[in-house]
Design a protein around this ligand. Structure first.
Ligand code: ADP
Ligand code: MG
Length: 227
């Protein structure tokens, strides 16, 4: 069931939940069909229109609700393939989650063979990551510590970043990544799009950290909350 986002911006309320209702690039749209993704899940139906319109989005929906494909489609739809620079960065709390996100992004990007997606996580040796970065990438998925390490080394630069995704932002804050995430954000263009996905909502957080964080890094976000 769709619950109406309580953003005052009703222009993004959707009643058609087929992917065909979105103006997705045709390669992406036909691949969705072959993946068996026909109808958008509620969080996808509510977050994709504002994300595709370039808005910042703060989305909360429970685990297994299709959040990865939501931000994944937004990242891929906006990609300039001919510009071989990191345009999207997804921060995840753990290596396992980053691997899952990268896998889903690669599935979604199957029909876009020239899209390069790189995973950069701690616990993996730096050497291969450095040579992969040397070859360039369009999208990077990683854990905050390792991403910040690459930024400090200069092996990763985010000057061309258009979209930043904080996946499982609540967990990242619980794990103490706030300062590291702030340091990463400081290396990104101020006019980037920021997408924050979480299983809990800022107000529900005992710490209140997530609410404080969104105020500092998001620009008039559209709020999507799926009960
Ligand atoms: P979340 O991040 O919200 O916990 P995931 O993004 O991991 O959830 O998605 C859960 C599962 O749902 C995945 O296996 C994914 O392939 C599948 N899925 C996502 N969107 C759709 C869709 N529109 N139609 C069918 N399956 C989908
Ligand atoms: Mg997820």
């Amino acid at each position: 069931m769709l619950s109406r986002a309580y953003s005052p911006l009703q222009e993004f309320f959707v009643s058609d939940t087929s992917f065909a209702s979105l103006a997705l690039p045709s390669a992406l749209a036909s691949n969705l069909d072959s993946l068996g993704y026909h109808q958008m899940t509620p969080v996808q139906a509510q977050s994709l229109p504002p994300m595709l319109a370039g808005r910042d989005v703060l989305a909360q929906a429970k685990t297994g609700s299709g959040k990865t494909a939501a931000f994944g489609l937004a990242l891929l739809a906006g990609l300039r393939i001919e510009a071989f620079a990191v345009q999207g960065l997804v921060l995840c709390p753990t290596r396992e989650l980053a691997d899952q996100v990268a896998e889903e992004l690669r599935r979604l990007a199957r029909a876009m063979p020239n899209v390069k997606i790189l995973t950069l996580c701690g616990g993996a040796p730096l050497g291969p990551q450095l040579s992969s970065l040397d070859h360039g990438a369009h999208l990077v998925v990683g854990t905050p510590g390792r991403i910040e390490e690459h930024l400090r080394k200069g092996s990763l630069t985010l000057g061309s970043l258009t979209t930043l995704v904080l996946d499982e932002a609540d967990r990242m804050l619980d794990m103490g990544f706030q300062a590291t995430i702030d340091a990463i954000i400081a290396e990104t263009p101020a006019d980037r799009q920021t997408l924050l996905f979480s299983a809990t909502f800022p107000e529900e957080q005992s710490s209140g950290d997530l609410a404080a964080m969104t105020r500092g890094i998001m620009h008039e976000p559209v709020t999507v909350k799926v009960a």
